[in-house]
Each structure stands twice: as C-alpha cells, then as structure tokens.
Design a protein. Structure first.
Length: 95
C-alpha cells in the first residue's frame, strides 16, 4: 500500500484525546488513529454518496443539451431577464 504524507491541524484538546488513546494501546500511533477515523467516516457517508449519485438529475450530455436549448430560447426572445437577486429569488420560488 502506498502512503501519502500530509499535515493536519487539530485543536489541542482533540490532539490530547488522540494521544491518550494511543498511549492506552487502542491505536499503534497517531497516524493509525487518523486513518481509522477517516475509514469510519467514509463507511458512514458511503450510503449518502451512493444516494446522491443515483439521484443526479443530469449527466454531462443532458446538461450541455439543456444549456444549449436555453441559449437558443434566449436568442429567440423566449427568455426572461432577471435583473436582481430578489427577482431571481422570486422567480425560483414560483418553480
């Protein structure tokens, strides 16, 4: 397994808690503790990422086609010009 060395900054209390776990023998060293924490986070968010990926509305081709269609409609005068953030917010509320 190839490793990549990184530098992280932690609050002192978090660092001390980590060192305490290493000193108690729960982890072989601080890097092992960090790797374990990252693995746990990845396992927990994996279903969320999977759901997010499955719910993607557009793939690249659909998005490009949609943008091109919008540009063509705007050139044909079918678009609506929104001049302020408030106008944009109000328009989006109607969708």
């Amino acid at each position: 397994m190839e490793f990549k060395k990184i530098t992280i900054s932690l609050p002192k209390t978090l660092y001390k808690q980590g060192i305490n776990l290493v000193n108690k023998g729960l982890f072989s060293n601080f890097s092992d503790l960090v790797r374990s924490g990252i693995r746990t986070e990845f396992k927990e968010i994996e279903p969320i990422i999977k759901d997010f990926d499955e719910q993607m509305i557009y793939n690249g081709k659909e998005l490009i086609a949609g943008v091109q269609q919008s540009m063509n409609e705007a050139k044909a005068g079918k678009g609506k010009i929104l001049k302020s953030d408030k106008e944009i917010d109000n328009y989006l509320k109607t969708l």
